[in-house]
Design a protein around this ligand. Structure first.
Ligand code: SF4
Length: 263
């Protein structure tokens, strides 16, 4: 991966992306991708696995990022004269847990959690079928033309990959979208705007995912009648989530991503 100079990055492009960096066409313009590459190089220098995704590796990166944020916050507090010790953490905790409870019970959050469970189950059921079809194709490919079948097989494998990736992503982003929606409803003015913007951005990611999930699920539905019912169930959930988001967060429909380079 070749990363651009700092001035070429699009500010905040990573905020409302799907984090599927391997497939992203904006890697060159993304500060987060550059940071991840830097972290990889750091691990390599230390003689660690460059692609380390272990808990230790992740925690090391999280710790580093957290320290950067904490330093920036302390600096800002000094500049603005804020007393960070005077913050009522008990009231904040109570508000957070009430918000968490309401978020978990929201119909769209429930829908997304079921979507995640059923999506993972579909992938689990599809995997052995794909494996045996792949083996069969390989066997027959030695003495007959199986190109068309191989193309269909590849498309099906791609569809499975998309559903697998989006099963968890949609659930996580829905949580954030609903959290922002509820939080913004509790706030006024500036904080209301920030919460709503974040909710719309998160919902926009979900809508982009669902757009690619629809053809992926249709492909799985058409491929094997044993999976028809599961794929149909997920398509129905997809419809409900799309309609529900358009209703509660209409700003998601016009949310612009990637942001303009000059912003
Ligand atoms: S914008 Fe692209 S490269 Fe950057 S974090 Fe998101 S998916 Fe990865």
């Amino acid at each position: 991966m070749t990363v651009s100079r700092k001035k070429d990055f699009i500010p905040g492009i990573f905020n409302y992306c799907d984090r599927w960096c391997e497939r992203c066409e904006y890697t060159r313009l993304c500060r987060l991708a550059a940071d991840l590459e830097k972290a990889e190089r750091r691990r390599r220098r230390k003689g660690k696995d460059p692609a380390d995704d272990s808990i230790d590796g992740a925690m090391e990166e999280v710790g580093r990022s957290f320290e950067v944020v904490a330093r920036a916050l302390r600096k800002r507090a000094r500049k603005e004269g804020w007393d960070l010790d005077a913050i009522d953490t008990a009231a904040i905790d109570a508000h957070e847990s009430d918000l968490r409870r309401r978020c978990e019970q929201h119909p769209l959050a429930l829908e997304a959690r079921q979507w995640c469970r059923e999506g993972m189950k579909l992938v689990k059921d599809l995997q052995p079928l794909l494996r045996s079809e792949g083996e069969d194709l390989q066997r027959r490919g030695d003495f007959m033309d199986v190109q068309d079948e191989a193309d269909r097989f590849e498309a099906l494998a791609q569809a499975m990959e998309v559903v697998a990736f989006d099963s968890t992503l949609v659930a996580a982003k829905m949580r954030r979208a609903i959290d922002g929606l509820l939080e913004s409803a509790d706030e006024t003015d500036f904080m209301h705007e920030i919460g709503l913007e974040d909710a719309n951005g998160s919902a926009a990611v979900i809508l982009r995912c669902l757009k690619r999930d629809r053809p992926a699920l249709v492909r799985i539905y058409e491929h094997d009648e044993r999976l028809e019912e599961q794929a149909l169930g997920l398509l129905a959930r997809l419809d409900r989530m799309e309609k529900g988001l358009a209703e509660v967060l209409p700003g998601a429909l016009t949310f612009v991503w990637p942001p303009k380079a000059e912003e």
